[in-house]
Design a protein around this ligand. Structure first.
Ligand code: TXE
Length: 500
């Protein structure tokens, strides 16, 4: 039996309980057993955390630190993550039930965010403006926006924190993190590394708890300048509305219903593997899941036969074991939601050609397991083709030609990602241009990179994470104008171009 852990949260450089003294349990989705106790923070804890972050941003060692020193701290944190990657991955698996192979790969890659943005910290530059006014020296300063609230989901807890935290710290912001109530432990383990790296108190703070009790007061707190959120569409909308009341800056990443498009000139084996990795990896619980598989009608039968053959070999089981290929669904409500969508698809008349329900212990299943499920003969206006399931459920839709694939691919409110499988360079570039998605993969899928901007078109979100562009989310520009001439001019007339 693994040790039952009791966590404290990290606010203002101190390990503290919630001020109410309340806690909640974190459950292992494979066993269904509670394994950790987490502080249940409320509005008073949020207030304390935001004040600590505000003070750290406003004055003191962090505010005075050079960008070069900030970058060094970030890189040190990257080194500590690299040293502790296995430990962090084990905690993530216990909390969210994703495969150890997947979480280990994520945790080993995670330091790159802290190296990349650590390197970028002292390359944030303003400019000298060629002013249209004589005797005026005009330059810009790129300054941190202030305290950033970061609200993250349960599917890739530390990775999604890294996408926000690393650029925000590089920009000089301070942060209050609110992890999902289903997966708080890995972030609290991670905070030990933040402390060890030597970030000044108040620069990074955590409030653990529910969306209502900790998330909402964080979004609405007047000390917060910017909200960075990853999660579901309806929660994202609420967060956007509440942040708008305080005119806060907002970035949102809200998932999708991404088309993975297979043309008849593809390399069939690669496309089959790409379709499977697009939906069954991570038990389909990724925002970029290729949950709508568009197959050209000329290869439909051959492709489906091979797809079902390969997908049916997926080994379900304990996510902590290296050989497992499909693990549990992470949360009980999510498990119910996935099963409900399977029923919806059946009732809509889609043909279930694989799976189609919960997986029992005899099939390697545990508490919250759903069999890898494939629906054929899906029409794009069905709910199973339009709404995000966030589970191992694939909808297959046939198309005639490029034009048809583009029409169906774009006919959805989302626009996070898309995949194209073809050997034609011309077709690949045409598709990449015409698909309305923040990322288009050609002959690959789920390739996410620290250097590549990532985010949504349409209702998949606002703003970009990763790449150099992400740091813009955490900066604001100040224009400084210095009069280099004599006198201040006529006090009753605006200084316009050409006047002195
Ligand atoms: O997400 P929520 P849930 C999608 C997926 C899934 C659905 C619901 O389709 O089925 O969302 O998942 C916090 N103010 N994605 O319920 O509610 C919450 O505590 C402030 C897509 O888990 O969006 C958690 O920390 N915060 C996705 C975070 O928001 C609030 C990843 C996300 O929770 C809040 C996960 C409030 N009022 C689910 N209410 C992706 N884009 O990758 C909740 N929260």
């Amino acid at each position: 039996m693994p040790e039952f852990k009791e966590y404290k949260t990290f606010i203002g450089g101190e390990w503290v309980a919630a001020q109410s003294g309340e806690t909640f349990e974190s459950e292992d989705p494979y066993t269904g057993e509670p394994w950790a106790l987490i502080p249940r923070c409320g509005a008073d804890d949020v207030d304390r955390a935001v004040r600590a972050a505000y003070d750290a941003w406003d004055a003191g060692p962090w505010a005075d630190m050079t960008a070069t020193a900030r970058g060094r701290l970030l890189r040190k944190l990257g080194d500590l993550i690299a040293e502790n990657a296995e430990h962090l991955a084990e905690i993530e698996v216990r909390d969210n039930g994703k495969l150890i192979s997947e979480m280990l790969a994520q945790c080993k890659y995670l330091p790159e965010w802290y190296y990349f943005y650590g390197g970028l910290a002292d390359k944030i530059e303003g400019s000298v403006i060629a002013s249209d006014k004589p005797d005026t020296f005009n330059y810009t300063l790129r300054e941190p926006v202030g305290v950033c609230a970061m609200i993250t989901p349960w599917n890739s807890p530390l990775l999604l924190v890294g996408w926000k935290l690393a650029p925000a710290l590089a920009a000089g912001c301070t942060c209050v993190l609110k992890p999902s109530e289903f997966t708080s432990a890995s972030l609290l383990e991670f905070m030990k590394l933040v402390e060890e790296a030597g970030f000044p108190p108040g620069v990074v703070n955590v409030v653990t708890g529910t969306g209502r009790e900790a998330g909402e007061p964080l979004v609405t707190h007047p000390g917060v300048a910017k909200v960075a959120f990853t999660g579901g569409g309806s929660t994202g909308r609420q967060v956007y509305e509440q942040a708008a009341q305080g005119l806060k800056k907002v970035s949102l990443e809200l998932g999708g219903k991404s088309p993975n498009i297979v043309f008849d000139d593809c390399v069939l084996e690669d496309a089959v593997n790409g379709a499977i990795s697009g939906i069954f990896a991570a038990t389909g619980q990724t925002c970029i899941a290729g949950s709508r598989l568009l197959v050209q009608e000329t290869i439909h039968d051959e492709f489906m036969e091979r797809l079902v053959e390969v997908a049916s070999t997926a080994r379900m089981g304990d996510p902590k074991r290296a050989e497992t290929q499909v693990g549990p669904v992470t949360t009980p409500p999510q498990y119910e939601k996935v099963l409900e969508y399977i029923d919806i698809a059946k009732n809509e008349g889609a043909t279930c050609v694989l799976g189609g329900g919960p997986a029992g212990a005899d099939e390697g299943g545990g508490k919250y397991f759903v069999k890898p499920t494939i629906f054929d003969n899906v029409k794009n206006d069905m709910r199973i083709a339009q709404e995000e399931v966030f589970g191992p459920v694939l909808s297959v839709i046939t198309f005639k030609d490029e034009e048809d694939a583009i029409r169906i691919g774009n006919d959805v409110v989302y626009g996070l990602a898309a995949g194209v499988w073809t050997q034609s360079l011309n077709r690949a570039t045409v598709m990449a241009k015409r698909l309305r998605a923040g990322t288009v993969w050609v002959n690959t899928y789920r390739a996410v990179s620290v250097t590549a901007p990532f985010g949504g078109y349409k209702q998949s979100g606002i703003g970009r994470e990763n790449g150099q562009e992400a740091i813009e989310q955490y900066l604001q520009t100040k224009s400084v104008m210095i009069n280099t001439g004599a006198g201040a001019g006529n006090p009753f007339v605006m200084k316009v171009a050409g006047s002195s």
